[in-house]
Design a protein around this ligand. Structure first.
Ligand SMILES: *[C@@H]1O[C@H](CO)[C@@H](O)[C@H](O)[C@H]1NC(C)=O
Ligand SMILES: *[C@@H]1O[C@H](CO)[C@@H](O)[C@H](O)[C@H]1NC(C)=O
Ligand SMILES: *[C@@H]1O[C@H](CO)[C@@H](O)[C@H](O)[C@H]1NC(C)=O
Ligand SMILES: *[C@@H]1O[C@H](CO)[C@@H](O)[C@H](O)[C@H]1NC(C)=O
Ligand SMILES: *[C@@H]1O[C@H](CO)[C@@H](O)[C@H](O)[C@H]1NC(C)=O
Ligand SMILES: *[C@@H]1O[C@H](CO)[C@@H](O)[C@H](O)[C@H]1NC(C)=O
Length: 311
C-alpha cells in the first residue's frame, strides 16, 4: 500500500476503534499516557462516576426480572465479518450491515457494529477488562452495538446514556493439552500474521459466524450494569452485559494475540496488556434464573391461548 493509502486507512480505522478520539494520544503501557493519565489527557468522561471495567462480585448482584433473553439477529451468518484490522490498540473486526441485538432488557433494537479484544501477555498473564470475583481472565471479547434509531451515528450514540450496548465475553484457557481450538478462533487468529502493524487491515473470507466464536455460552445467563467505554474518551453511554459462561480457547491461540501484533511498525513494541484497570464498583444486576423465566413464559402462552379461545 502506498503512503496515501496508509494514511487514509489510519484515518478511517482509528476513530472507529472503540469510538476513541484519535486526537488524544492515549496508550496502555507508557507512564506518559497509560490509564492513570486518561482523566487528565481525556477529560470528557474518564474521571466520571460510572466508569468501566469493574469487578463483578456474583454474591452481591441483585436480580432484575426485566433482564430477559437476547435475540441475536444474523449472529449465525457466515458472511458477517467484513475486515479485520490492527488499530494499534486492539484487533478489531468490522461487521457488514444486518446484524443486530434485541431483548436482554434493552429498550430497543441495537445495530451490531464491530467486535474487538483485550488481552494480557499470553495465556499465563491475564488481560480481561472485567474481573469476576477478583479473577482476571486471559482475554475478553467485546461486541459493540449502537441504538438502531441513531442509524450507526456513534456521535449521537455516545451522547446518550444508553446509546451503546456492549456484550462482554470472558475468554479462558481450554483444559487439556489442546492446540488450535476451537476451529473458529484458530481461523480468526490465522489473520494476525497479515496485520502485524498498526493500521493494517485485510478482508475476512466467509465462513466464521459470530455464534461460531461463542461456543458453550448460554446467552440467557449474564450480568448487567450501566458503565462506559473502556478507552478514551470513556463516554458514559454503555449498557454493559457480561456473560456468565466463558469461551474456552486453547493456549497457543491465546498466545498469538500478544506475540504477533505491533502497536505501530515492526520496530515498535508488541501489543500486550491491552486492558484498562478496574474502576470503582457499580450496581450490578443479573437475570432471574432461566427456570423462573421459562415458567413465566409458559404462563404467558397459557393466558394467550385462553384469550384466543383455544383449549
Ligand atoms: C502509569 O503511569 C503512572 C503515572 O504516569 C505511573 O506512575 C505508572 O507506573 C504507570 N504504570 C505503568 C504500568 O506503566
Ligand atoms: C477527578 O475527580 C476527582 C474526584 O471527583 C478529583 O479529585 C480530581 O481532581 C479529578 N481529576 C481530574 C484530572 O479532573
Ligand atoms: C451524526 O450526527 C451529528 C449530529 O446530528 C451530525 O452532526 C453528524 O454529521 C452525524 N454524523 C454522520 C457520520 O452522519
Ligand atoms: C502436549 O502436546 C504436545 C504435542 O501437541 C506434546 O509435545 C506435549 O508433550 C504435550 N504436553 C503434555 C503436558 O501433555
Ligand atoms: C516505528 O515506530 C516507532 C514508534 O513506535 C517510530 O518511532 C519509528 O519512527 C517508526 N519507524 C518507521 C520506519 O516508521
Ligand atoms: C433459582 O432457582 C432455584 C431453583 O431452581 C431457586 O432455589 C432460587 O431461589 C432461584 N433464584 C432466583 C434468584 O430466583
Amino acid at each position: 500500500m502506498n503512503f496515501l493509502g496508509t494514511l487514509l486507512t489510519l484515518c478511517v480505522l482509528v476513530p472507529s476503534a472503540h469510538f476513541a478520539d484519535s486526537s488524544i494520544a492515549w496508550c496502555y503501557n507508557l507512564p506518559t499516557c497509560n490509564d492513570t493519565t486518561w482523566p487528565t489527557i481525556a477529560t470528557v468522561s474518564c474521571n466520571g462516576s460510572r466508569q468501566s471495567p469493574i469487578n463483578i462480585a456474583p454474591g452481591s448482584v441483585q436480580t432484575d426480572p426485566n433482564l430477559n433473553a437476547f435475540t441475536l439477529n444474523n449472529f449465525d451468518s457466515p458472511i458477517a465479518m467484513d475486515t479485520i484490522a490492527n488499530t494499534g490498540k486492539t484487533v478489531q473486526i468490522n461487521l457488514v450491515r444486518g446484524l443486530s441485538i434485541s431483548g436482554g432488557g434493552l429498550s430497543e433494537n441495537y445495530d451490531t457494529l464491530q467486535l474487538h479484544l483485550h488481552w494480557g501477555r499470553g495465556a499465563s498473564v491475564p488481560g480481561s477488562e472485567h474481573t469476576l470475583n477478583g479473577r482476571r481472565y486471559p482475554m475478553e471479547l467485546h461486541i459493540v452495538n449502537s441504538k438502531a434509531s441513531y442509524n450507526r451515528n456513534t456521535t449521537l450514540a455516545v451522547a446518550d446514556s444508553t446509546g451503546l450496548a456492549a456484550l462482554g465475553f470472558l475468554i479462558e484457557e481450554m483444559e487439556g493439552n489442546t492446540t488450535g481450538q476451537p476451529a473458529s478462533w484458530q481461523t480468526l487468529s490465522s489473520y494476525l500474521a497479515r496485520i502485524p502493524n498498526g493500521g493494517d487491515s485485510v478482508l475476512v473470507t466467509a465462513g466464521v459466524s459470530l455464534n461460531d466464536l461463542l461456543p458453550g455460552v448460554d446467552t440467557t445467563r449474564y450480568y448487567r450494569y450501566l458503565g462506559s467505554l473502556t478507552t478514551p474518551t470513556c463516554d458514559e453511554a454503555v449498557v454493559w452485559t457480561v456473560f456468565k459462561d466463558t469461551i474456552k480457547v486453547s493456549r497457543d491461540v491465546i498466545d498469538r494475540f500478544s506475540s504477533m501484533l505491533h502497536i505501530d511498525n515492526s520496530t515498535s513494541p508488541l501489543m500486550v496488556n491491552t486492558y484498562r484497570n478496574l474502576q470503582p464498583a457499580l450496581r450490578v444486576t443479573t437475570q432471574v434464573n432461566s427456570s423462573a423465566s421459562k415458567a413465566c413464559f409458559s404462563l404467558g402462552l397459557m393466558v394467550l391461548s385462553v384469550l384466543l379461545g383455544r383449549p
